[in-house]
Ligand binder design. Structure first.
Ligand SMILES: Nc1ncnc2c1ncn2[C@@H]1O[C@H](COP(=O)(O)OP(=O)(O)OP(=O)(O)O)[C@@H](O)[C@H]1O
Ligand SMILES: [Mg+2]
Length: 243
């Protein structure tokens, strides 16, 4: 896919979260966004997902400009699968009902169709035996896999992940990262914010380094990780790769 960010700025109160960000990633299947805490990664991701409106600038996704009118945003959001750090499953609903809900309420499937979709996806991703459990009865890794299946179920144009494993222990992290790598291998388009550099490097073909509200480096992941040019990126990698 192709992503063009054109002069995007976003301010929260006195704080400038994104400063006139212009970057084009011409052809990617999996884009990693890395950088220090508070740098603006989530803000950019939320703008791409149509969940946040920039103060200035615009986006093009696959050459299609996104104007930020309410009508286009609604359509845009329905075409994207998003997965965030906290799994955001409804606690009172079973895994099955959590995945069915957007299919029925937002996408207009009948309950029979939605049930069939869930059955097929749970079977594929080895979640069938958890279908009738509520989130509290599932491990963090299982909950996150249900959240990912919920994002896939709507047949999104692409998937967005914001630190999908930061609430998980190492074993569950591996389980969820394997799952995301599998989605990449299936040919799905992904945009992933992660603090896990090994994973970012391995799973992404293109990478953006964001710090202080700016994209300070962009390019092939092999180059961004292998031959960083910006001194802030060099420092960042040295720091996070030390342990
Ligand atoms: N809704 C908001 N209201 C006020 N300030 C915000 C809001 N969202 C983000 N910010 C501020 O904007 C800046 C960028 O935040 P953002 O969440 O995009 O960073 P990040 O790179 O995702 O950081 P992290 O790695 O810690 O998740 C931060 O200083 C943050 O405090
Ligand atoms: Mg963030």
């Amino acid at each position: 896919m192709r992503l063009d960010c054109c002069a995007i700025s976003k301010q929260f109160g006195p704080h400038q979260a994104l400063r006139n960000v212009s970057v084009s990633v011409a052809a990617f299947q999996s884009l990693a966004i890395i950088g220090p805490s508070g740098g603006g990664k989530t803000t950019l991701l939320r703008i791409i997902a149509g969940l946040e409106i920039p103060d200035a600038g615009y986006l093009r996704i696959d050459e299609q400009p996104l104007d930020f009118s309410e009508a286009s945003l609604l359509l845009h959001r329905r075409r994207i699968g998003t997965v965030f750090q906290a799994y955001n499953l409804f606690p009172h609903l079973t895994a099955r009902e959590n995945v069915m809900l957007p299919l029925v309420v937002v996408h207009g499937l009948s309950r029979v169709e939605a049930n069939a979709t869930v059955d097929a996806l749970f079977e594929r991703f080895q979640l069938s035996r958890h279908a009738d459990r509520r989130p509290a009865e599932l491990s963090g890794g299982q909950q996150q896999r249900v959240a990912i299946v919920r994002a896939i179920a709507i047949k999104p144009r692409f998937l967005i992940f914001d630190e999908p494993t930061s609430a998980l222990d190492p074993e569950m992290t591996a389980e969820v990262l394997d799952f995301i790598a599998e989605l990449r291998d299936e040919g799905r388009d992904l945009i992933i914010v992660t603090h896990n550099m090994g994973f970012a490097r391995q799973v992404s073909d293109q990478c953006l380094f964001i710090a202080e509200g700016q994209v300070l480096e962009a390019g092939r992941s092999i180059d961004v990780f292998g031959r960083p040019r910006n001194p802030l990126l060099t420092n960042f990698l040295a720091k996070v790769l030390r342990y």
